[in-house]
Design a protein around this ligand. Structure first.
Ligand code: G3I
Length: 322
């Protein structure tokens, strides 16, 4: 049976997964399957700020470098994740802002340096960067992060300009969850992207994470949502797809889950500007879901023993048809 990446190549799509670097080091089945099924990878954690600069001015690129090397050796593209976020910030940064030893002007310089340093390090090796992650609330208002509080809303345009200067060829993305369909949050992104592009800010992609749950239903008008970003001249991507359920799983839930994966994939395949479809882990063995949503899980394509679920077959069939 042809692996997913072979079918995706034929469909001219990048099929990706988030990679857990500890699992990649320890688990040979995980390593083999990651290489076999995917032609794109994203660091689940090791490119985040708290990992790459745990102490101010002291960098740890070991995990990120290892992933980039793994991908290069296996002909996989790399999605960069993520440069500006309110979460997984280093302790020195959050405490410095909280106790006032880092003021707004210094913070802006720190952010600029972080973006320039990381993007330059992987210049030419990353095809899409999540530059700005999860900046809107569900109602479409800007999230009240340290970035908004200290720098004001202009930090978003600045981040894209700094990233573009560091690697002019990488496609630069906004990225968030609960923006699959048309709603207040995705419309806030649409309005922001439209305004930034009119101002000449280099924002080139809209990343739809795709963390779904079968108990909440399938989002409305996903293709229409992708199409309106395409009409702005932007790429789109599914960047973190998984479909959780209330445990235990059963055949009916697994079948429903399969249709959700297929629904997102088909929306991507049906939209020319949709360039990549990334799952946030592909085996339940390493999924983040049960640790965050108690009593939920079974959210990925393969079970904990790497056995294929109906969702895997659905993605295969979708790619084969696409
Ligand atoms: O690395 C430390 C380890 O040294 C320590 O022993 C352990 C004890 O808790 O924690 C480890 O760090 C954890 C890290 O994952 C690596 O496993 C963090 O506690 C944990 O919070 C972190 O969770 C990650 C989460 O982002 C943080 O917000 C998940 O793995 C990761 O899947 C998740 O990914 C996010 C995307 O970046 C953005 N979109 C939503 C998505 C799901 O939440």
């Amino acid at each position: 049976e042809a692996p997913l990446r072979t079918l995706a190549d034929r469909a001219d799509l990048r099929i990706g997964t988030a990679v857990d670097m500890a699992a990649l080091a320890d688990d040979s089945t995980y390593r083999r399957r990651t290489a076999r099924e995917f032609n794109s990878v994203t660091a689940e954690n090791v490119m985040k700020w708290e990992v790459v600069e745990p102490t101010r001015g002291t960098y740890d690129w070991s995990g990120a470098d290892a992933l980039v090397r793994f991908a290069r050796d296996r002909g996989q593209a790399v999605r960069g994740h993520t440069l500006v976020w309110h979460s997984q910030l280093p302790g020195w940064l959050t405490s410095g802002v909280a106790d006032g030893t880092i003021d707004a002007a210094e913070l802006r310089g720190i952010l600029r340096k972080h973006i320039s340093t990381e993007v330059k390090r992987y210049k030419g090796k990353i095809y899409q960067w999540d530059v700005v992650n999860e900046v809107f609330e569900e109602d479409g208002s800007l999230r009240n992060s340290i970035w908004l509080q200290k720098l004001g809303p202009s930090y978003i345009a600045d981040a894209f300009r700094w990233a573009h200067a560091a690697d002019p060829k990488a496609k630069l993305f906004l990225n968030d969850y609960n923006v699959e369909g048309i709603n207040a949050k995705s419309t806030a992104y649409y309005d922001l992207a439209k305004r930034l592009r009119a101002e000449g800010v280099p924002v080139q992609g809209f990343g739809v994470q795709g963390h779904l749950a079968i108990q909440y239903g399938f989002p409305g008008n996903v293709e229409g949502n992708l199409a309106r970003f395409a009409a702005l001249g932007m790429q789109t991507a599914f960047t973190e797809v998984d479909v959780r359920m209330i445990l235990p799983s059963d055949p009916e839930k697994s079948a429903k889950q399969a249709t959700y994966f297929r629904g997102l994939l088909d929306a991507c395949l049906g939209t020319r500007s949709c360039k990549s479809f990334t799952v946030w882990g592909y085996t339940d063995k390493y999924s983040w879901v049960p640790g965050v949503f108690a009593g939920q899980g079974a959210a990925t394509l393969l079970d904990e023993e790497f056995g294929a679920k109906p969702a895997y077959a659905a993605v295969r069939e979708g790619l084969a048809a696409g």
